[in-house]
Design a protein around this ligand. Sequence first.
Ligand code: NDP
Length: 475
Amino acid sequence: MSEATADIGVIGLGTMGANLALNIAEKGFTVAVYNRTTAKAHALKADNPDLAGNIVPAETLEDFVASLKPPRRVLFMVPAGPLVDEEMEKVGPLLSGGDVMIDAGNADFHDTVRRSKAVEGTGLHFVGMGVSGGELGARHGPSIMVGGAKETYGSLKPILEKIAAQYQGAPCVAWLGPDGAGHFVKTIHNGIEYADMQMIAEIYGIMRDGLAMQPDAMAGIFRDWNTRGLASYLIEITAVNLAEKDPDTGKPMVEVITDEAGQKGTGRWAVIEAQKLGIGATTIEAAVAARGLSARREERLQAAKTFADVKTPASGFQAGDAAMAELESALEAAKIIAYAQGYATMASASDEYHWNLPLGTIAEIWRAGCIIRSHFLDDIAKAYDGGARVVNLLQSPHFVERVAAGQAALRQVVARAVLAGIPVPALSAALAYFDDYRRARGTTNLTQAQRDLFGAHTFHRLDKDGVFHHHWPAV
Ligand code: NDP
């Protein structure tokens, strides 16, 4: 049997697990590692001689558990879904009171709530932890969103604060609330990521199809934008993506990659949860739908032939600095609206599930390490400074002026794109949401009238209190 020397153990040494284990070892903690294919555990130690003293590979789960110091901390980094339950069922019986199981994969938060309940009364603790930043983040500092009992977080905090990304000296990790809170926030993070990426892709589409720009020129623009309000990891990598050449053909890499986006489901979950909560996360919806449609490439190629004769007016976009400035302002305004939708979804979930999510802290721990990292998140954090109650970011004084200033550009860009037949589903969803949100008199008075006519669903009146039903003429 192994000696109990490890501070924490990682099960699942794929892309994320292996890198997280190395990150933990590098920060001076001893990490036990176990993998279904056990050779990977030994390879992790052998391939990293500088960290080998802090890595304890195990051949069996029994050895793995025996190598952990109590209270034992076991972190699962395996594909989300039933596999997590299977792994917990194998490891749970080997643990004892006070030990902690941590699911660090991209779990559906409903599963996390269920798993948290399942360990109640067993003496074991369960933590659902969202980790963002991909492979590099896991290795050098991810953003970590923790859900579970606050006391349990206390026992993990010293390790998590060391391995997390740092933003100006502050670790990008926090306890966000009980059971599913961490995984829910990770889901919304991914939803916002989808929207942000889709809107950038739509701006690229305008540059390519509306302005006939070459990828090199676009890369220069994105590099420039990365020095101001839009500065972010996603804008930075977009410039890199656009500047890269294919070694085989010498063509820009983006021109040899098929236009079919993949997705693993977290964006879809974000949309589903927003819908259940009655929040219009329309930019995220547009992004998820656009990825879905993009994946139907054969069908689109056929449709392109079917509608080849449908002509759209020539693009109203004109090259030049003014056009670039307009695109930049439009993207910035749309981005604020997309993040406002994500935050509105979290605020609503916080009320619904009594999580008391610290929305400002969430912005703080997203400032570094994760895919949507940016200084813009610092502005969001400031909107919540001192626990300020923010009804919607679009009404926060920090953003009112910026959206008011950028909306005209967004309107111009969306209008020109629509006329030219260039699809901008997320940008136009952002604009429509903004216009609907700021409209004092909407149109669902008609919807209510229809519902009352066909289903006696009743309605409220502007001029009288109470609930009313009208005897509409027979149709
Ligand atoms: P990988 O596919 O790289 O690794 C999966 C790991 O799970 C491997 O160690 C694999 O073992 C193990 N595994 C797979 N199937 C089984 C099984 N049936 N029984 C036991 N072990 C199994 O996944 P990632 O590291 O990319 O992802 C892990 C989790 O992290 C997922 O929930 C993912 O959504 C999440 N995540 C991923 C990110 C990313 O950028 N990749 C970012 C943030 C979160 P073996 O080596 O034997 O195949």
